[in-house]
Write a protein of this length. Structure first.
Length: 601
């Protein structure tokens, strides 16, 4: 089994090998180019040597021809300007030729020998000219050996070796185009050959690598379809490359999904709530075993059945409307409807549903509310009974206390009057507790209705001040209501109760000689009302819980009594108006209760 390299290594191989071949191609072309340039330099050099040799030969022949016979010796003077110029040119050409052949010892030796022979020939010519000037035509026989010597020198060195070198260099120069053509042909062959190899190797590598990658990716892709179809997956791919690790992670994920699905199935099957799936037409697709406990119908019998057949007739319209709104995502609140069990019993249920556009169905959780509703109804009946039965004796007690207080039964001493006042306070406290409990129940059941009206907030301030003056005087606390011209839209009676509760609490917690301040400011979209005291403050951990039922802050006011429902009722009434209520307090520096009322623009 071949090793599976990482994708990064595969890509590097696929990219690096063709690049390496390209580098070899560039190196080969550079080498051929260098050889071609070297051949061109040799050709140019050889042509220069050949040209200089040709000039030397021509100039030497010119000099020899000028003095080449007895007649020329007689006619041309020894210091003829043209001859001297030619001799000078020959010498300069010899110097150039020696520079050109410095790196060619054999040719340089021949050049030097030729130069020596040429200088010797020039000296022989001068000797011939001097002999002619000395003897005239009579010395012809004496000069014959000299003429022979001159011809031998010219023939032996100047014409044979030097001309042979010139011919050789000319042939080298003439071969340059052929050499260039050979190098060009080699370059073309190298480019073509390496290009074919590069292409073939690239294709082979691409085929080799992609077949290994695509075949493995195909297995990973096929596993996704197998997972969706519930078919067993392919075996885990071996190796440490990215694809193998991806497949291993996928198998792990698939295992976790199967385990999660098993747990989900176990939860659904063992859930006490009736869980089901309903299609767009309102028919049951699936249901859990709780259907039998709730409706007395097996889950298999529910499949294909329209859910509306199980809804009590009076709730069918509400149920159908709920399904339509659920499809359009217009509703997400639970639905309370009555359903019919197989036995004919009526079951009160609470539906929580979510619509899935992908599956075109609704997932519903149906909770049995029958026992809870019965318990709630019993609680309400019990509460009504208790409050009614308590109010009657409390009314009697209050009447008796009024009778005692009026003096009709005679007068009491100081201790007796104190007991009567204590009894009245406790009776009033019981009445207030009963009224608070009734109000809480009304709010919870939605039976409390607000009578909204527009009026000046100062009216509520005045009423609250009048109602709270007695308690403030008894507690030696000052009441400071800030003037206000703000118009509010609220239930005046309910708002007055909120103010009275907050001010009464502030008085209870204020030390003697301190003040309770009530003020209001108008904001952009709301009126903010503040009730501030100078009491001990509220601990930070209780700022959120003071509005809950039966929560009281410990401290001096604890002995003042209270139902523990006042702030809960305040919060409920403010929220019914669409406002908010909260408290700001620093322990030891007093508390400020703040609530808002929205302004309709």
């Amino acid at each position: 089994m071949r090793p599976h390299l990482s994708l990064t290594t595969n890509v590097l191989i696929l990219v690096t090998l063709p690049l390496l071949i390209q580098m070899i191609l560039l190196g080969s072309l550079a080498s051929l180019q260098s050889q071609a340039e070297q051949a061109l330099r040799v050709s140019t050099h050889s042509k220069k040597i050949s040209d200089v040799i040709n000039r030397i030969s021509s100039d030497v022949f010119d000099v020899i021809t000028t003095y080449g016979n007895e007649t020329s010796l007689e006619l041309i003077p020894l210091d003829d300007e043209s001859v001297q110029k030619t001799i000078k040119t020959v010498r300069e050409d010899y110097n150039d030729l020696k520079q050109l052949t410095m790196d060619k010892p054999e040719i340089l030796k021949a050049v030097v020998d030729s130069e020596i022979a040429t200088e010797k020939a020039f000296l022989v010519l001068k000797d011939l000219k001097r002999s002619f000037l000395k003897t005239g035509g009579k010395g012809r026989d004496e000069r014959k050996p000299v003429w022979r010597n001159l011809r031998e020198v010219m023939k032996g060195i100047l014409f044979q070796e030097l001309v042979s070198i010139g011919d050789q260099q000319r042939r080298l120069s003439d071969k340059a185009p052929e050499v260039q053509a050979v190098f060009r042909e080699r370059a073309q062959q190298v480019m073509l050959g390496i290009g074919i190899v590069d292409l073939a190797l690239g294709l082979a590598l691409a085929l080799y690598l992609t077949r290994g990658i695509t075949s493995r990716l195909k297995k990973v892709s096929d596993n996704t379809y197998r997972l969706a179809s519930g078919v067993p997956l392919h075996p885990v791919l071996r190796g440490n490359d990215e694809i193998a690790r991806l497949d291993q992670v996928f198998h792990k994920m698939a295992g976790e999904l199967r385990e999660s699905s098993r747990k989900e199935r176990a939860i659904v099957d063992n859930a006490r709530d009736f869980i089901c799936t309903i299609d767009a037409q309102g028919r049951f697709i699936a249901a859990n075993p709780a259907a039998e406990a709730l409706l007395g119908i097996e889950p298999e019998d529910l499949q294909g059945k329209h859910f509306i057949d199980l809804v009590v007739g009076t709730d069918t319209g509400k149920a159908l409307d709920y399904l339509e709104k659920l499809k359009s995502q217009e509703i997400s609140t639970p639905l309370s409807i009555e359903m019919k069990a197989r036995s004919g019993a009526i079951v009160e249920t609470l539906w929580s549903a979510h619509w899935s556009d992908e599956e075109n169905s609704a997932f519903c959780v149906i909770h049995d509310m029958t026992d809870m509703r019965r318990a709630e109804k019993l609680r309400q009946e019990l509460m009504a009974m208790i409050t009614h039965d308590l109010r009657t004796p409390l009314a009697t007690i209050n009447n008796v206390l009024d009778f005692f207080d009026s003096g009709s039964a005679g007068t009491f001493d100081e201790k007796g009057r104190r007991y009567v006042q204590m009894a009245r306070r406790n009776a009033d406290r019981m009445v207030n507790l009963i009224n608070d409990l009734l109000d809480i129940e009304k709010i919870k059941s939605g039976m409390m209705q607000l009578e909204i009206d527009s009026y000046k907030l100062s009216r509520s301030f005045t009423n609250c001040e009048a109602l709270s003056a007695g308690l403030a005087e008894e507690s030696a606390v000052k009441l400071l209501f800030a003037p206000s011209e703000i118009i509010v839209e609220a239930d005046e009676e309910r708002l007055g109760r909120v103010l009275s509760n907050l001010v009464a609490n502030a008085i209870k917690y204020s030390p003697k000689g301190k003040a309770v301040k009530v003020s209001a400011i108008q904001q952009k979209n709301a009126v903010m009302i503040r009730v501030q005291d100078e009491g001990p403050g509220i601990p930070a951990e209780m700022l959120e819980s003071v509005f809950e039922r039966f929560q009281q802050v410990g401290g001096p006011a604890k002995t003042k009594g209270g139902s523990g429902l006042g702030l809960t009722i305040c919060k409920a009434i403010v929220e019914m108006h669409g406002g908010k209520i909260w408290v700001e307090s620093t322990q030891g520096q007093g508390s400020t209760f703040i609530f808002t009322l929205p302004i309709t623009i």
